[in-house]
Design a protein around this ligand. Structure first.
Ligand code: NAD
Length: 253
């Protein structure tokens, strides 16, 4: 029998037009959640949401740039206005940019930080009163780049390390009030983000080869979404402040 761990619950998922975010929106909705699926790419989001709705899933699309604090607050308020509650926030939207450190411009640094770290901050802050009311939880998609240094990915590593620690700090601050906060740290997952992997021309490929999963293949978005769904569900009610590594063994050596 299909699991219905999110029946009667509401979730907000960012980065939902593609890859891990899309798979997460689909997984949570297929288990009964009402999902507000948010992404900056309104065109792709609309196509994907139509297809999920066609499959009978309760997913609504919402154009959102997570770097816009006002829009983040409005997205949270939109879920609560529509469904009266918010149970799960999944901060999935992110972007990876590889460049030699000394060539990184201020604008590039700030934009990467804004998408990968500031967005989750804006959304978590806006969501927290509602999560306190529902005894809900947050799942942040960090990365193994937040645990080990990624060559040419200094800003990405800095942002994802920040997101991992934001998750732990919120877990400590809100645990006794019933809100859980966890992060996941995927390794290489087959999505457009990895397909667009573009290291500098003079990159040292010995360093980059350390980013390959030991298992010899990339992870799949559906597998990552299944882990997110477990963490967000009541089955994981003893879990908070964790950084769950799903990396095909990449960081085991
Ligand atoms: N694919 C991997 O190997 C991998 C590994 C570790 C962590 N991650 C993380 O997983 C998350 C999802 O990545 P993915 O691999 O599914 O990539 P993806 O490129 O398939 O999806 C990312 C989505 O985020 C959206 N997005 C980008 N900027 C945004 C913004 N400002 N506001 C709202 N949405 C925005 C994009 O439009 C896109 O739909 C990211 O946070 C990424 O850092 C991915």
């Amino acid at each position: 029998m299909a699991m219905r761990r999110f029946a009667g619950k509401t979730a907000l998922v960012t980065g939902a037009a593609s890859g891990i975010g899309l798979a997460t929106a689909e997984r949570l909705a297929s288990e009964g959640a009402q999902v507000l699926a948010c992404d900056i790419n309104a065109g792709k989001l609309s196509e994907e949401i139509s297809s999920l709705q066609g499959a009978g899933l309760a997913v609504t699309g919402h154009a959102l740039d997570v770097t816009d604090v006002v829009a983040c607050t409005a997205a949270v308020e939109a879920v609560v206005a529509a469904h009266g509650r918010l149970d799960v926030l999944c901060n999935v939207a992110g972007t990876l940019y590889l460049k030699n450190f000394t060539e990184m411009t201020d604008a590039e640094w700030h934009q990467q930080m804004a998408i990968n770290l500031h967005g989750p901050f804006y959304l978590s802050r806006a969501a927290m009163p509602h999560l306190l009311a529902s005894r809900g939880n947050i799942v942040n998609v960090a990365s193994i780049a937040g645990m080990v240094g990624v060559p040419y990915g200094s800003v990405y590593s800095a942002a994802k390390g920040g997101l991992l620690m934001l998750s732990k700090a919120l877990a400590v601050e809100y645990g006794s009030r019933g809100v859980r906060v966890n992060a996941i740290c995927p390794g290489s997952v087959a999505t457009p983000l990895v397909e667009g992997f573009s290291p500098p021309e003079d990159a040292d490929f010995n360093l980059l080869s350390r980013l390959m999963p030991l298992l010899g293949e990339h992870g799949q978005p559906a597998g990552i979404a299944a882990t997110i769904a477990f963490i967000a569900s009541e089955e994981a009610r003893f879990m908070t402040g964790s950084g769950v590594v799903i990396d095909g063994g990449q960081t085991a050596i």
